[in-house]
Design a protein around this ligand. Sequence first.
Ligand code: MSP
Length: 643
Amino acid sequence: MKKKTCYVTTPIYYSSGEVHIGNSYSTIVCDVFARYNRLKGHDTFFLTGMDEHGQKVEEAAKKNNVTPQEFVNKMAEKTQAAWQMMKITNNDFICTSQERHIKVVQKIFEKLLANDDIYLGVYEGNYCVPCESFFPKSKLVDGNLCPDCHRPTTVVKEETYFLRLKKYEKQLLQFIKENPDFIQPESRRNEVISFIEQGLEDLSVSRTTFKWGVPVLSNPKHVVYVWIDALSNYLSALGYLTDDDSLYQNYWVNGDEVVHVVGKDILRFHAVYWPIMLMALGVPIKFKLYAHGWWLMREGKMSKSRANVVYPQDLIPEYGLDALRLFLVKEMPLGNDSIFTYERFFEKYNADLANDLGNLVSRTISMVNKYFGGTIRKTAKIYTEFDQQIQELAEKVIKQYINKFDNFRFQDGLNAVWELISRANKYIDETTPWILSKDETRKEELENVLYRLVEVLRLVAIMISPVMVDTCETIFNQLGISNELQQFDTLKFGLLNTTTVVSKAEVLFKRLEIEKELAKIEKAKEKEKETTPTDNFKPEITIEDFSKLDLRIGKVIECKKDPNSDKLLILQVEINGKVRQIVSSIADVYKAEELVGKNIVVLANLKPTKIRGHLSEGMLLAASNEEQLEVLETRKVTKGTVD
Ligand code: MSP
């Protein structure tokens, strides 16, 4: 019989950012879902990758003096290393600069063009480079700011291709209304519906002002808009429109379950543009969308400039991978934001892991050793109401767990498992094995208690295995559970017959002294502040350092581009009546003629040097922010007026 299939995807990550615990959440929950499906025996394909094209990357590469390809390759390597550290079990890793992807995007674009779902026009409006998004004037904040990130937008007027969104507006709305679980949770679905009901504008889907993208096959001066390029990864990775599209046939066309997981910030792209692209391509909309909230810090978003980013490598070496995975998955309800604090992380570590789970494992193993020499057998009798209750709860929890995990409600599923763990700890106190052990006639009753505890732990280990990928192994090993009894179809109370546990339980999770841990974190943060400049600022200097600079106003009287370099401009600058030659690598930002006649600021006491064979006697000053670099110009102030 053909196995049920499951195709699960993460958003593909921008090459501009690093993996921190916030954005790794998208990937971790997908990994949990993929592992859960594999546990159920489903034929599972889990895809993640990198979103590598766009103006932002082109500019970042330039800043770092590398090619865009070199830049994105490095980031892909770093991201993959992070996923390995988090034991992410993706089956493929797609990068949008890969040939296999580019070819498919080009075919998709041409197909849409041929169907007249894409047409050529002129775009006039504003563009936000950091968000890689177009906005009409009416949507801008304070006239010019991006409504999403509140950074300044740039005005663009260019020939562009448009994707017909308006044409599909009604069809999409109808699809969403007829498929109530297409977008989850419901609050996010409602947002999408109201967005569409406000009316859709056709979407500009190509750019001509930069090169780092997928060229439109029939008109290569255009590159495909990054979102059209990026969304296509979900199909290009399956070989859609290629000679071998067997994965596409298996996991998409004839597939049983397709799940796209996205953060709330990128819902619109997946809930509006993507289904419309599919409708236009004639590809069935097979996917469900799960939109999750954000991990925030007390101050708001995690950001480098606030020096509040938490990286997985801050936590994993010290507290273990499973503690991090469990915390992220169990503490965030689907759809809502959650605040990360170290206090909460440590509190939950102590409560869920050291107290509840860790304690249950060590108490059970030590009693099996103490009272039965390490081996127990199944005893089917019910001696007390507590025996009955724990068995019933185990059965109820299994049902809840499956229902919740099937529907991506991991927090609820894990809460149910933890209810069982707590109940099992309480069961020990209720049945008092230490008293039973004193009465030889109650030996079987005692064995029955311990059997139930081991059996509950076996079930718990199976249920947590998609999340706690190392701990489940340790529990199985410590309890001596055979491979067959670790399988999903053995999630039934009472299948274990006999087992021999290890003679000494290894402590799974040591209780943390929270104050001490917090102090450690503080210290590490301080150290980091000293060594890494926040916001990429260079290390501090003193006023004495600064006063060594001799800054002068100079007038640019001539400026030429170095014919042998893309970067260098050679300027003749008059300072105090003398002309000096200054070489500057700003040719990618300024044209030579733009600078002639300007009064600029020159560092006049910089030791002369030769740059690419040209003498340079000083340095012109320029300053940058995240978006741009500008040469500093001076303006004369006379009698209170500025001219
Ligand atoms: N490249 C686009 C996605 C294209 S998919 C066709 C993108 N990339 S991203 O790197 O900015 O974000 C990747 C994922 O990380 C998104 O789902 C985003 O919501 C998520 N997160 C980024 N910061 C986050 C938190 N602080 N918390 C939780 N998830 C967050 O968007």
